[in-house]
Ligand binder design. Sequence first.
Ligand code: HEC
Ligand code: HEC
Ligand code: HEC
Length: 104
Amino acid sequence: MKKMILFLSILVFCTASVATAVPKNKTLVFDKSSTGSVTFSGKIHKDAGISCKECHNKEMFPKMKQGTVEIKMKKIYAGELCGKCHNGTRAFAAKKNCKRCHVK
Ligand code: HEC
Ligand code: HEC
Ligand code: HEC
C-alpha cells in the first residue's frame, strides 16, 4: 500500500510538472514521412478550443511524449489519431489536404 501511494504521488508530481512545462506554444515536428515533415502546433490546437484530454487519452496519444505512437495515414484516413478530427467535419479532411500538414 505504501509503495502504491509513493508511486501515485510520483505520478501526480510528474504529470503536474509536465503540464506546466509545456507552453501552449509548443510545436512538434514529425519528419519521418517522404511526403514532407509535419509541424504540429500546440497553439493552433489550443486556440481551436481543444483540451489536452481530447488527444491525450488511451485511444489516441496516451503519453505526453513524442514518438510513442506510430502515426500512419491508414489510421488517419480511418478516423483514428489525427484523423479523429481531420475528417472534414471538425477540421479539414486529411485526404485532400496533404500540404496543410506535410511541408517539404
Ligand atoms: C490535438 C491533439 C493534442 C492536444 C490537444 C494536445 N496534445 Fe500534447 N501531444 C500531441 C501529440 C500527437 C504528441 C506526440 C505524441 C507521440 O508522438 O507519441 C504530443 C506530445 C506532447 C508532449 C511531449 C512533447 C515532447 O517534446 O516530447 C507534451 C509534454 C504534451 N503533448 C503536452 C500537452 C498538454 C499539456 C496539452 C494541453 C494543453 C496537450 N499536450 C494537448 C497531441 C496533442
Ligand atoms: C481533437 C481534434 C484534433 C486532433 C486530434 C488533431 N487536430 Fe489538427 N486541427 C484541429 C482543428 C480544429 C484545427 C483548426 C481548424 C482547421 O484548420 O480546420 C486544426 C489545425 C491543424 C493544422 C493547421 C493547418 C493550417 O493550415 O492552419 C495542422 C497542421 C494540424 N491541425 C495537424 C494535426 C496533426 C498532425 C494531428 C495529429 C498529430 C492533429 N492535427 C490532430 C483539430 C484536431
Ligand atoms: C492532419 C495532418 C495530415 C494530413 C492532412 C496528411 N498527413 Fe500524412 N502524416 C501525418 C503525420 C503526423 C504523419 C507521421 C509522420 C512521422 O511519423 O514523422 C504522416 C505520415 C505520412 C506518411 C508516412 C507514413 C505512412 O502512412 O505511409 C505518408 C506517405 C503520408 N503521411 C502521406 C500523406 C498524403 C499523401 C496526404 C494527403 C492525401 C497526407 N499524408 C495528409 C499527418 C498528415
